[in-house]
Design a protein around this ligand. Structure first.
Ligand code: SAM
Ligand code: SF4
Ligand code: F3S
Length: 465
């Protein structure tokens, strides 16, 4: 195979027709359509991108498999947020060498956030020869031309273009879920938190037009979707005004609920809280990532708020709705963080009473500002702090979940239960897991559940007829 860097878009329309013809020929010869295995790692934004890629592949005749063996095209849509996410992908690509040896026609691709980094593309180019196609987060529109180039010429392609092209609204998504759907409202991030790779691999903020978002939600609701999650790295900087968008989506007729994430505390306003409380379809829950409980660390992280400012939003929400639900993201062991500063994070979680926290050990990301900061705490120590934090939260969660016992809550039944096969699992407005004994016919429906028990990871209840 020869190597080539694709710098601009070849004739996508022609490539699309060529792949379609190739896929038809393949199906005639092999008795089935070519199969693609597409796996998305990382956040919901990446899952949503993966669904668009699947939509594009379906249009040119691919069908899908959950098994890498038997696939003609394997595409890993990757995440770069922490080192362990990247290690996992390299491990998986390594394991695919055997598949390639068994099937020389197999095409292996790596795309998404990890692939947008030059050093990753270089590593794949030299050490993972089994990979044919590498493209970053700006190149989805070139998928047909890149893929046709690989199919027809067996060339390796590396496309790390950073064209901030206009948002393409002309796509069909192949969604993995039939009940819940992700709808991006914006792409990219301008915030440059010092630990975070996302602004480097996703580029600057671009907002979708409200009409495009509203039309998509309308179509999803009429197709029977019950939960819409609006996505953006910081929905609060949505160019056309996020609280107004929430109100417009809330006005769409139908039986569905609205979630969103993420919301940067520096731009979270009372207007946002008011919109959440006023809109009956918007869940009374806010994922408000605080990252740390110490003002010094927050400053080093370039988060641009203090703990006091953060608490103002929490207090305002709880003054309007005492049981307003919050979840958060936390980083443990940022460079230079002391044990006392870590304890301020523990104090904060006690004060806020989160329903849940998503906490991570700090991971050094090359190219970010924090990667240059002195970091003298061992990974072992950071691991112990994380454990301490999780234990603290476990206590807090069980205590705080007790507020639901005896109450009847609305749950969207999502599937078979985790505790027993005659139970269903679903989530409350607050995004809390509920296990309930109920017939499978309720999957995909809103049900009323009287909560009987609070566990430290979920609630248990009985169906209210
Ligand atoms: N845009 C969202 C925000 O600001 O809340 C966060 C998106 S990021 C993909 C999800 C979470 O990953 C962050 O909130 C942060 O807690 C965590 N994260 C990001 N970079 C990290 C790093 N270098 N090490 C550990 N955790 C990290
Ligand atoms: Fe990363 Fe900060 Fe942007 Fe979130 S807001 S994606 S943490 S840079
Ligand atoms: Fe998401 Fe990971 Fe990229 S969290 S934006 S897939 S770096």
């Amino acid at each position: 195979m020869t190597e080539r860097i694709l710098s601009d878009n070849a004739d996508a329309v022609l490539s699309k027709t060529n792949i379609l013809n190739w896929a038809e020929e393949y199906a005639r010869t092999c008795g089935h359509a070519p199969l693609a295995y597409v796996h998305s790692y990382g956040c919901q934004q990446n899952v949503s991108d993966g669904e668009k890629i699947k939509g594009m592949l379906a249009k040119v005749g691919y069908e899908f498999t959950d098994n890498t063996e038997g696939a003609q095209f394997i595409l890993l849509n990757t995440c770069a947020v922490r080192e362990n996410a990247e290690d996992r992908v390299f491990g998986n690509i390594g394991n695919m060498k055997k598949l390639k040896e068994q099937n020389k026609e197999l095409i292996i691709g790596v795309c998404g956030c990890m692939a947008q980094q030059q050093h990753v593309a270089d590593k794949i180019k030299s050490a993972y020869r089994q990979v044919d196609l590498v493209f970053g987060t700006f190149a989805y529109n070139d998928l047909y031309s890149m893929l046709w180039e690989v199919i027809s010429k067996r060339r390796r392609i590396f496309n790390l273009s950073e064209n901030h092209v206009d948002i393409n609204e002309d796509f069909t998504q192949l969604r993995d879920d039939k009940i819940r759907a992700f709808v991006p409202v914006m792409y990219g991030c301008n915030n440059f938190c010092t630990y975070c790779i996302v602004p480097y691999v996703r580029g600057r903020e671009r907002s979708r037009k409200p009409e495009a978002v509203i039309n998509e939600v309308r179509e999803l609701v009429s197709a029977g979707y019950k939960e819409i999650t609006l996505l953006g790295q910081n929905v609060n900087s949505y160019s056309y005004g996020f609280p107004a968008l929430l109100r417009e989506i809330n006005a769409i007729e139908g039986n569905f609920r609205i979630r969103f994430m993420s919301s940067h505390p520096k731009d979270a306003t009372k207007e946002l809280i008011d919109a959440i409380i006023d809109c009956d379809k918007v869940c009374t829950h806010l994922h408000l990532p605080v990252q740390a409980g110490s003002d010094r660390i927050l400053k080093l992280m370039n988060r641009r708020y203090t703990v006091e400012k953060y608490m103002e939003i929490i207090d305002y929400a709880r003054s309007r709705e005492p049981e307003f639900s919050f979840t958060t993201d936390l980083i443990v062991g940022f460079p230079g963080e002391t044990y006392e500063e870590f304890c301020e994070t523990k104090e904060l979680i006690k004060k806020v009473k989160y329903d849940n926290i998503y906490s991570f050990v700090y991971s050094r990301r090359s190219g970010t500002k924090a990667a240059e900061m002195e970091d003298n705490i061992s990974d072992k120590q950071k691991g112990l702090w994380l454990r301490e934090l999780l234990l603290e939260q476990r206590e807090l969660t069980s205590e705080w979940f007790k507020r639901f016992v005896g109450k009847t809550v609305t749950v969207l039944a999502e599937g078979e239960g985790r505790t027993s096969s005659d139970h269903l699992t679903g989530k409350t407005d607050e995004n809390i897991i509920v296990e309930v004994k109920a017939d499978k016919k309720y999957i995909g429906e809103f049900i009323q559940v009287r909560i009987t028990k609070a566990m430290n990871w979920a609630l248990e209840g009985e169906l209210v007829k």
